[in-house]
Design a binder for this molecule. Structure first.
Ligand code: WTA
Length: 645
């Protein structure tokens, strides 16, 4: 951990929307009088009926409920598009940078966005999609992905975006869980010069997703894909006859906007449900303040729309603010490690938001890829998804930003809807590796294992003591699991699953997950999910998965596998198991190390002692702690002796 301090640059202190005193005032007010504070903030949205109540919530089991602006009515798509038409209909809403830099970028004005979204909405309506229906979106990073989700929002359908890197099995599970009868996809995606067979994956998923009735296919690459009559529809054919006008549906603020599946410490992925009003307000306000966004600036969030970062900071937040948002189809290191910086120069990007894992990978390729580009348009840099190590932070600051751009290290989660602990660039001095201070309305606490609130400089588990508008509202189809997962560990508080340190200046330093979630390249992976995939293999008797330190990915996946009697753990089986997991879940779940273990360390009651497995995976075999309570302490010696890596 680093304790060097980077003060707010003088120009930022002078010109930013929020300076240090402004932050104190806003945060103070947000906690002292949340009702007036949030009704005032809600004015930044365009309401069909303006709300008169702000938060109405209780985290207590007996009276558990979370509502914001419940008497308000609005349409999210109209907030992101229609209301900008009069003043800036001709301004660029979306710039699209294709995978292949030899191809021309595309851009859409707000007026063009309006027409595209309306037409898409009409296609959905023609297929019988209605308010409240679930629509699964399995798309590459093309503008039609944004049109599709905004079209859902326009007619009140609930979208569930599934990342294009998930396998047919994972896709089928998500389609079935939310009982979605329509999937929107493309023939193929492209990433780093390679094709992703999206439509073929949907076909494979359909075999395990009986609810699926219609597949709307956007022609992206023109690749040859079979179409099943009666089920599959080419988008361009369906759209041809549709008008470029479609009235937005009035939605209650608490009506669901979307579901996004995310990994937890147990069981299968949870469908995180977000609301219309509170979510949009949170996405919009955080985008405006954290990035100090001013209309006309080109803003680029280099995430994928399949993750919450893409939802809140490629689509909803920026478009609600009338921003110019850049969508990138490709990957950071193709055709070369200079790609990000070339895109920055090509489109004069002023604000860049990316993940530490990408920075670490690019840093390794050497500074020359960066310094041969100009980057003089950049004024602010951001990171998200995992703790950033001070070395990568300094590289981002010195080499990429040439010392002139503040870095906003934004801590948040799929569940929180948007930024929770983050610098505001005109208000906070920065410390590399710290997400600094809570956003207005956020009331973080650090607690010990028994839930006692720890004060001052301290370390423990991070909880949030009160609701905020962007908070998830439920787990789709399982409200009991929502309460159980987040509110039962520390009664009356939202438990984040993260560990955290607070320093003497009150700055927060996220130390990583304290549950069985691994953060691989900024993406969440539940150890239980990988274990269930492994044990489906006919040769596997038992599996235990833990995180291990990884130079680029932050954390890697380390799997201990016990084979069935008579099976041999060799290199061929190792390769087969890696492939197996990729097929079951997707490439993001690829195990980095597989250790064949004749036995796993268990207590006498049969519980696997993950603490020991984590230590061995980390290579820290000298401090395994007390192993005397194990049913068979000898298994530990074998695990240590045969450690992989
Ligand atoms: C981690 C991504 C440290 C954290 C937006 C959290 C971070 C999980 C940061 C959520 C950060 C996210 N510093 N850790 N700036 N941002 N995390 O749901 O462990 O994909 O709980 O949301 O990522 O991951 P999720």
């Amino acid at each position: 951990m680093s304790d060097s301090i980077y003060p707010v640059p003088a120009e930022w202190a002078r010109r930013a929307r929020v300076d240090a005193a402004g932050y104190e005032r806003l945060h103070g007010l947000s906690l002292a009088d949340p009702g007036s504070f949030w009704l005032e903030q809600a004015r930044r949205l365009d309401w069909i009926k303006r709300p008169e109540i702000a938060g109405d919530w209780s985290f207590d089991e007996a009276d558990f409920h979370i509502q914001w602006f419940a008497d308000g009515k609005l349409n999210v798509a109209a907030n992101c598009i229609d209301r900008h038409l009069a003043s800036r209909g001709g301004d660029t809403a979306i710039i699209w940078e294709p995978d292949d830099p030899a191809e021309a970028p595309r851009s859409y004005t707000y007026l063009q966005l309006y027409e595209e979204v309306c037409r898409f909405a009409n296609v959905l309506k023609a297929q019988g999609v209605q308010k409240g229906d679930r629509v699964t979106v399995y798309m590459p990073m093309i503008p039609e992905a944004a049109f599709a989700i905004l079209a859902c929002a326009r007619i009140g359908a609930i979208h569930s975006v599934v990342f294009g890197g998930f396998s047919p099995e994972a896709l089928a599970g998500r389609i079935t869980d939310c009982d979605s009868s329509v999937v929107i996809t493309a023939d193929e995606g492209r990433r780093g010069g390679k094709k992703v067979p999206l439509k073929t994956n949907v076909d494979a998923a359909a075999a395990h997703a009986p609810a699926l009735e219609k597949v709307i296919v956007v022609k992206a690459t023109g690749g040859d894909v079979p179409m099943q009559p009666g089920r599959d529809i080419w988008y361009h054919e369906a759209a041809a006859g549709e008008p470029a006008d479609c009235p937005p549906v009035a939605m209650g603020a608490e009506d669901p906007l979307f579901i996004l599946y995310t990994s937890g410490s147990t069981g299968k992925p949870k469908g995180v449900l977000h609301s219309s009003g509170g979510y949009l307000l949170w996405a919009s306000l955080t985008h405006a303040l954290t990035f100090d966004y001013r209309p006309g600036q080109v803003y680029w969030c280099a995430a994928d729309i399949g993750w919450v970062t893409g939802h809140s900071y490629i689509v909803y937040g920026p478009l609600a603010n009338g921003a110019t948002t850049l969508m990138f189809e490709g990957v950071p290191n193709w055709p070369s490690a200079a790609r990000i910086w070339e895109v920055v120069d090509r489109h004069k990007v002023e604000i860049l938001y990316t993940a530490p894992t990408a920075l670490r990978a690019l840093m390794r390729e050497g500074d020359a890829h960066v310094t041969r580009t100009s980057r003089k348009s950049l004024r602010l840099l951001g990171t998200v998804g995992e703790p950033i190590n001070p070395e990568a932070w300094r590289w981002y600051h010195e080499v990429v930003g040439e010392g002139r751009c503040p870095i906003v290290d934004t801590w948040w989660q799929t569940e929180t809807g948007g930024h929770m602990i983050t610098p505001l660039p005109g208000a906070m001095a920065l410390k590399p590796g710290s997400a600094t201070l809570p956003f207005p309305g956020v009331d973080p606490q650090i607690v010990d294992a028994d839930g006692r609130v720890l004060h001052g400089a301290t370390e423990g588990n991070l909880v949030i003591a009160r609701s905020w508008p962007g908070q998830m509202r439920t787990v789709w189809g399982d409200h009991a699991r929502f309460f159980q997962t987040y509110f039962s560990t520390y009664p009356g508080k939202y438990f984040t699953g993260d560990g955290c340190r607070r320093d003497a200046d009150g700055y927060y330093w996220i130390t990583g997950r304290v549950d069985d979630v691994i953060n691989v390249s900024g993406h969440r992976m539940g150890t239980a999910e990988v274990e269930s995939a492994l044990v489906l293999h006919p040769k596997v008797a038992e599996a235990a998965v833990v995180g291990m330190p990884h130079d680029i990915k932050g954390q890697g996946i380390y799997a201990y596998v016990t084979l069935n009697a008579g099976c041999t753990g060799d290199e061929a089986l190792r390769a087969e198991l890696v492939k197996w997991v990729r097929t079951e879940i997707g490439p993001i779940a690829t195990p980095d190390a597989i250790q064949f273990a004749p036995g796993l360390p268990k207590t006498r009651s049969g519980k696997i002692m993950r603490r020991i497995l984590r230590k061995i995976a980390e290579g820290d075999v000298t401090s395994l702690g007390d192993t005397s309570t194990l049913a068979d302490p000898a298994v530990v010696d074998d695990l240590v002796a045969n450690r992989v890596g």
